[in-house]
Design a protein around this ligand. Sequence first.
Ligand SMILES: NC(=O)c1ccc[n+]([C@@H]2O[C@H](COP(=O)([O-])OP(=O)(O)OC[C@H]3O[C@@H](n4cnc5c(N)ncnc54)[C@H](OP(=O)(O)O)[C@@H]3O)[C@@H](O)[C@H]2O)c1
Length: 333
Amino acid sequence: MSKLTIAIAGATGAVGQQMLQCLEERKIDCELRLFASYRSAGKAFSFQGKEIVVEELKEESFENIDIVLGATENDITKKWMPWAQKHHAVVIDNSSAYRLDPNVPLVIPEINPEDIQKHQGIIANPNCATIIALVALNQLHQEFHIHRMIVSTYQAVSGAGVKGVKDLENQVKDPSIPSTAFPYPIAFNLIPQIGDFDENGISKEEWKLQNESRKIWHDPNLLVNCTCVRVPILRSHSESITIECDQPVNIDKARELLESAEGVKLVDDPQNQQYPMPLDTSDQDLVFVGRLRKDPSDPTGHSMILFCCGDQIRKGAATNAVQILQALIQNQN
Ligand SMILES: NC(=O)c1ccc[n+]([C@@H]2O[C@H](COP(=O)([O-])OP(=O)(O)OC[C@H]3O[C@@H](n4cnc5c(N)ncnc54)[C@H](OP(=O)(O)O)[C@@H]3O)[C@@H](O)[C@H]2O)c1
C-alpha cells in the first residue's frame, strides 16, 4: 500500500502547529503537505527529519491528498471544503462550520468512535470546551445519566488562535496595547463573551455545549445552561460543572469511575490542595477532574459538582483530530 498523503490546512495557526507536533509524536507514517494563506507561503517547518515548506492553499492543492486536517476559521473552511471534496480527500475539520450537519459525524474517540464509520467525506472535531467537558463527564453519564448540566467556562486566550496569545503577551508588558482578538483588553481582565450573542443573550460558544453534546451523546433531550468566559491564561480551558442526573449520585462511585475513565486524570484531594489547574494540564492530552462534591443546594441527591481542566489546543483540537485520523487509518488496514 502506498504511503498516505496528509495535508494540514491552516498549518501555521495554533491548532495547525499542534497538529504537526501530534503527527510527529504519534509517529504517523505519511507524506505531509502544509497549507496556509499566501502570507505564510515559503515558511518551513521540520517534520520527521525533513523540512516541509508551507504552500498557499489553492483550488488544486488537494489533488492526490488522502486526508485533510482542517485548522482554519469557518469562512475559510467553507471556501476550501468543495476543493477537498472534488479530489475525494477525507476531511477531519476543527472549525464549527459542519459540526451540526446530519451527514457529518461529530466525534470524541473516547466516547463515540463508532460514528467515524458513518462519514461521507467529512468528520468534525467538536468545540474545545465541549470535548473537555464530555471527556470529564462521560463515565458519570453512563452511570447516573445526566439530563442537565450547568457550566461556567474559563477559556484560555489561545482558544482565539495565535492572535489571542499575542494580545495577552503584549498587554502584560504594556496594558495600553489594544486587543486584536478580543473586544476589550484581556490582561488583568476577563471577558464574559465568546462569540456573538443571540436575541436571548446567549453566545454562540454557549450554545455549542448543548447542541454538540446532544449530538455526541445521541441524547436530544440533554439540557445545558452555560456561561463562557475568556480569562488571561495562555493555554488550557477550565470548567466548573454541575450535573443533574436521573439516578442519585454517589461521590465515591464517581471517583472510582473517574479513576479508570479513558482520557481522564482524577486530581481530587482538596484537603491537600490537589485539584485541576490549567498550568498543570497544559501541553499534555489528559483532562484533569477534581473538586468532586454533592450539590448542597439539591436535597434530592441527584446533582454533583466538579471542576475540570484540559489543554484545548491538544485534546480540545489537534490531539482529538489525530486520534480520529488514527482510527481511520486502523479501519483502512
Ligand atoms: N485555538 C483553539 O484552541 C481551537 C480549539 C478548537 C478548535 N479551534 C478551531 O480551529 C480552527 C483554527 O483555529 P486556530 O486557533 O489555530 O486559528 P489561528 O491560530 O488564527 O490560525 C488560522 C490558520 O488559518 C490560516 N488561514 C487564514 N486565512 C487563510 C486562507 N485564506 N487560506 C488558507 N489558510 C488561511 C492561517 O494562515 P496564515 O498564518 O497564513 O494567516 C493559519 O494557519 C478554527 O476554526 C478554530 O475555531 C481552535
